[in-house]
Design a protein around this ligand. Structure first.
Ligand SMILES: Cc1cc2nc3c(=O)[nH]c(=O)nc-3n(C[C@H](O)[C@H](O)[C@H](O)COP(=O)(O)OP(=O)(O)OC[C@H]3O[C@@H](n4cnc5c(N)ncnc54)[C@H](O)[C@@H]3O)c2cc1C
Length: 476
């Protein structure tokens, strides 16, 4: 067995691992990054869940299906006459695959440019900061590393009562690969992933029923926003059933019968395909050899401190495999922080300013605390909101649904939370994240000039409204 040595070995090249490897290399360290992801074509690809089966392919299909939907429902309002609008699902899927390919191949190029040794195959941490690397042909070698970064990501959670079969009952990756639009689609879980996938297939014509065990819709979202969002999902035609606990799936000639219980007792709904989107679990299988000293918590996450150090000296862990929101950008920031800390630089992640986005139509985005969290905390707060209905740009875009909402502290004007449902909310939230990162007050936002006419003026006006000084909408 051959042996080679590195300053840093990163296991996993998803959005947490690959930026970490590149940053460490930028810091003049000798770096290797190992990844075992294989796509359906059997070929290795860097980029992890995000690029291959998550963020990127889902957004490609969301965009295509949204364009189709808008062409059918909104063009007329612009005076555009379009008839016979059709879609070609195989062309949509092909476009998605090309986008994924370009993105994942891009990482190979980035590794090359940064001088990272890119290894495709399996990595396993051994005791004493050594990593066993098994290549595609089965040959193994040992990498000796001063530091090891674990970035092995997450995997879809299974529902025991509705096991995946890869064709009729699928996970989120399977739901991105349908070759035909299912006539009736059952989505189990009304979280971000379930709602995004449900929206794609609904816009393309499927009857979609979403079964959610919790009674509260989007519990992690500011409830004023969640209420508005539910209205729009219903308008799109998603049949969202809350408080619905799925107990069984029975496959028969006519499709799959999903059995669930709600306040009225046992119910059934018949569908053709089922997507189980009940959440993701940390993925560590085959990752840790004996005696590494790395510890897992009761839910299987690798235990780390606020700087992503594990219980083992010079072993770090980042991304979905550790605590915190399972988001690509959260993993990326952790990767950059660790790449810098290993090099002896100062770095940290501000976990109070992690943005979240749901790529629905209208989009939903937020950062900081919700009104419900603030009520529970007892801190006195003020709220300002501004409807996109009153935005000139939104009216020009024929996209007036939703609002921007700013929550700030009564005592010192600190910006505590920003919640947006409306056009391009995922882009607009960046301003709020930057403001919070720099501890801006609401007055700072008020005094910042915003170009006219832009959607960003909604955030400006919401900040003004927090002090009853909005100009373009009556103050309440
Ligand atoms: C449908 C869907 C849509 C999503 N949309 C968004 C979105 O819009 N925005 C967002 O922020 N997040 C989104 N996410 C979540 C996002 O994909 C994850 O948060 C992100 O991918 C986590 O990054 P990671 O690097 O920690 O792990 P991963 O991306 O899971 O990458 C881990 C990599 O490590 C490899 N690996 C694991 N163990 C080993 C080993 N022992 N040896 C070698 N390689 C190994 C895996 O094969 C994988 O390639 C979405 C997820 C899904 C499923």
């Amino acid at each position: 067995m051959s042996e080679s040595s590195f300053d840093v070995v990163v296991i996993g090249a998803g959005p947490a691992g690959y930026p970490c490897a590149i940053r460490a290399a930028q810091n003049k360290l000798k770096v290797a990054c190992i990844d075992e992801w294989k796509n359906h074509d059997g070929k290795y690809a860097f980029g992890g869940t995000c690029l291959n089966a998550g963020c990127i392919p889902s957004k490609a299909l969301l965009e295509s299906s949204e364009l189709y939907h808008r062409a059918r429902t909104e063009f007329a309002a612009h005076g555009i006459k379009a008839s016979g609008i059709e879609f070609d699902l195989s062309a949509m899927q092909k476009r998605k695959t090309q986008i994924v390919k370009a993105s994942t191949q891009g990482i190979t190029g980035l590794f090359k440019g940064a001088g990272v040794t890119a290894l495709q195959g399996h990595g396993r941490l051994l005791a004493g900061n050594r990593v066993e690397y098994t290549a595609a042909d089965g040959t193994t070698s040992t990498l000796v590393a001063r530091h090891v970064v674990l970035a092995s990501g997450s995997a879809p959670m299974e529902l025991k009562t509705v096991p995946f079969d890869g064709t009729t009952v699928v996970d989120s990756w399977g739901a991105l690969e349908f070759a035909e639009v299912p006539k009736r689609l059952g989505v189990i879980g009304a979280g971000v992933i379930g709602l995004e996938l449900g929206s794609v297939w609904r816009r393309l014509g499927a009857e979609v029923v979403v079964l959610e065990a919790l009674q509260e819709f989007l519990f992690m979202v500011d409830q004023q926003v969640a209420k508005e969002a539910l209205k729009h999902f219903n308008k799109l035609g998603l049949d969202i059933r809350l408080g619905a606990k799925v107990t069984a799936a029975k496959q028969g000639a006519g499709g799959v019968t999903l059995v669930y219980t709600d306040v009225s007792g046992e119910q059934q709904v018949m569908v053709d395909k089922v997507v189980v989107a009940i959440g993701r679990r940390p993925f560590t299988s085959g990752l840790l050899g004996d005696g590494t000293g790395v510890e897992l918590d009761e839910r299987g996450f690798i235990k780390v401190d606020h700087e992503c150090r594990t219980a083992a000296a010079n072993v770090w862990a980042i991304g979905d495999v550790v605590r915190g929101p399972m988001l690509a950008h959260k993993g990326k920031e952790e990767g950059l922080m660790v790449g810098d800390l290993i090099a002896g630089l100062v770095a940290e992640v501000n976990y109070d300013a992690v943005p979240s986005v749901i790529y629905s139509a209208p989009e939903i985005a937020w950062v900081g605390q919700t009104e419900e969290q603030l009520k529970a905390s007892g801190r006195a707060y003020k709220v300002g909101s501004f409807p996109f209905m009153a935005s000139g740009r939104a009216r020009a875009m024929e996209a007036t649904a939703g609002f921007a909402k700013v929550i700030s502290a009564v005592d010192d004007d600190e910006l505590l939370g920003v919640h947006i449902i409306g056009p391009m909310a995922g882009e607009l939230i960046a301003e709020a994240v930057l403001a919070m990162e720099y501890s801006a007050s609401t007055e700072d936002l008020q005094r910042t000039m915003h170009a006219h006419p832009t959607l960003s003026e909604a955030l400006h006006e919401a900040a003004l409204a927090a002090d009853k000084r909005a100009i373009d909408y009556p103050n309440k």
